[in-house]
Every structure is written in structure tokens, then in C-alpha cells.
Design a protein around this ligand. Structure first.
Ligand code: PDD
Length: 286
């Protein structure tokens, strides 16, 4: 079946969607986006994803084209029009199209709104059991990493460096401190305490990051939100990444050194179980 998307007020087959090359999204990567996981046709933490989209658009000075109720409707309609029960819904808003290429933008542009959906690709069980490798890399992105913009070239280069090294993710360091992954947030465990870097302009406030902190609190898992030094990362007992599509995924090798004993650690295993249980309870209604 052909995937169905939404473009500027119309639902149509993805293969028929067309965008002008004069769209500022194409010319300047001038826009924001969200990726929302969908389980059994229920979008996960939809309101939080939409709030983050609103925050991104405000930061980019793009007028939000829709009120929250209309956004919710659009996401639900894209889910309903596609064939998979578990999906990954992609929402993109760009500043819109102009007659001439121009760095400064006219205030009255009509935003381009695009939604599509793909089958949710889950992490294979063997990979979750074994964990994945990661490299460290200098975080050379801009200083508004809290905004989920479509200007992802640095993230793409960093992820690709990891893939070329046979790894799944690049763990980013800025000025000697952990920020996040190229497309994920990073947690570490030291002496039984789960540590997470605090939200700031240097990292994306992950929806999964929030869930993991809530689960730690609910289950009495000792945790702290504070700056993490490079040396603490390198000598961590456990490391894992989180994202909407990867959920909780242990990193068991960092720059070719085993993390802990080279297998997913006890806190990562507990967190994975809590996450799956939470999802089952909230999304699949038992
Ligand atoms: N990316 N940090 C970055 C830079 C990200 O791109 C992502 C997610 C996250 C995790 O956020 P969340 O838990 O809300 O998914 C952190 C998505 C999945 C993507 O770009 O495809």
C-alpha cells in the first residue's frame, strides 16, 4: 500500500507529494520537526511532542500554523490513513515559500505543513540484549540544540562517522562534558546511581528522557540530573541511549573499550523492563 501523507491541507499518496524548491525548508533548512512513535495506533505522549514542536517554532520565530486541537486531529488522521498498527509519525513545519532567495524573511509567509508516517522500526531483540557500540565525538553543532530543527547536517555527519566505525551512535562531548547523542539522549550509571545531563540549550529535551527520569523516580532508582564530565562517561559502569524509536538501548562499547563488563548492566535491564511495562500499560491497555 502507498503511504499517505498530509501536505498543506491535503491528504495524498506520499509518492505524489511535491514541494517547491523555493521553500525555505529546502533553501535554508528553515523549519522544525517531530517524530512521534505510535503503538497500536495510539500516539505516545502526543501532547508533549506537540508542546515541544510549539517551543521549536517559537524559538525559530515561525508562527504556529495550527492550534493544538488541529495538530492532534492531523496526527490521528495520518495514523488512521496508514496501514501499520505501530508507526513513526513525522511532522515538519517550514517557514514557507518565497518568490526570491533571501536570508531575511518576510513576516507574512504561510508555513509549509507536512506529515508522513512509516512503519515503526523497532530495535531487534538480539541488539537490545547485546547492546551496541558507540564512538565519542566533539559536538560541533550550534548553540540551540534544544530546538528540534530540520538543520541536521552536523547530526547526520556525526551519526555517519559512527556508522563508518561500525557503531550505532556518536556520543557528543562539548567543553569536556557530555551533551547527548547525534539522535538520542545519553544516560550513564556510576556506583548504582543513574546520571543524566540537565536540560539546556546544548541538548534536545527528549520525550523518552523524561519518561526514563519519571520511571527512575517511580521505582526508587537512585538518580541525579547534573553535568557529566568526559572522564565520568569514559569510566561509567553503564551507558545507554534513549529516543522515541530506539527506546532504551544499552551502549556496551565506547571507542572500542567495553563499558562495564561489556554487557548491558543491571540498571539498564531494569529500566528497559520498566519502560516496556509502562508502554504496555499506557499504550496497549494491558
Ligand atoms: N531524534 N537528541 C537528539 C539530537 C535527537 O534527534 C533525538 C530524537 C533525541 C531523543 O528525543 P526523543 O526521546 O523525544 O525522541 C535526543 C528523533 C527520533 C529523530 O530525529 O529521528
Amino acid at each position: 500500500m502507498n503511504a499517505v501523507c498530509h501536505l498543506d491541507g491535503r491528504f495524498l499518496p506520499l509518492s505524489e507529494a511535491r514541494i517547491s524548491p523555493m521553500d525555505r525548508g529546502f533553501l535554508f533548512a528553515d523549519g522544525g520537526y517531530e517524530v512521534i512513535p505510535v503503538y497500536s495506533r495510539q500516539p505516545f505522549r502526543l501532547d508533549q511532542h506537540l508542546a515541544r514542536l510549539g517551543n521549536t517554532l517559537a524559538g525559530l520565530e515561525i508562527a504556529d500554523p495550527h492550534p493544538p486541537a488541529r495538530w492532534r486531529e492531523l496526527v490521528h488522521e495520518v495514523i488512521a490513513r496508514n496501514e501499520w498498527d505501530d508507526q513513526s509519525v513525522y511532522v515538519q513545519v517550514t517557514r514557507g515559500r518565497e518568490a526570491r532567495r533571501n536570508h531575511g524573511f518576510s513576516p507574512d509567509l504561510a508555513a509549509t505543513v507536512f506529515l508522513m508516517s512509516e512503519a515503526l522500526v523497532t530495535v531487534p531483540e538480539e541488539q537490545r540484549e547485546a547492546g551496541v557500540g558507540a564512538i565519542t565525538a566533539a559536538d560541533f553543532r550550534w548553540l540551540r540544540c534544544d530546538l528540534k530543527t530540520i538543520a541536521l547536517l552536523a547530526n547526520c555527519l556525526l551519526r555517519n562517522h559512527a556508522l563508518k566505525a561500525g557503531c550505532a551512535e556518536a556520543v557528543l562531548l562539548r567543553d569536556g562534558f557530555l551533551t547527548e547523542g547525534s539522535a538520542s539522549n545519553i544516560f550513564i550509571v556510576r556506583d548504582g546511581v543513574m546520571l543524566a545531563p540537565p536540560k539546556s540549550h546544548l541538548m534536545l529535551p527528549g520525550i523518552t528522557y523524561d519518561v526514563v527520569l519519571e520511571l527512575a523516580a517511580a521505582n526508587g532508582q537512585p538518580h541525579e540530573v547534573r553535568e557529566i564530565r568526559e572522564q565520568e562517561l569514559r569510566s561509567a559502569d553503564e551507558i545507554w541511549l534513549t529516543s522515541s524509536t530506539k527506546e532504551v538501548l544499552p551502549i556496551t562499547r565506547l571507542d572500542d573499550h567495553p563499558v562495564g563488563d561489556g554487557r548491558p548492566g543491571p540498571v539498564a535491564r531494569k529500566m528497559t523492563a520498566w519502560y516496556q511495562e509502562f508502554k504496555a500499560r499506557v499504550m496497549r491497555r494491558g
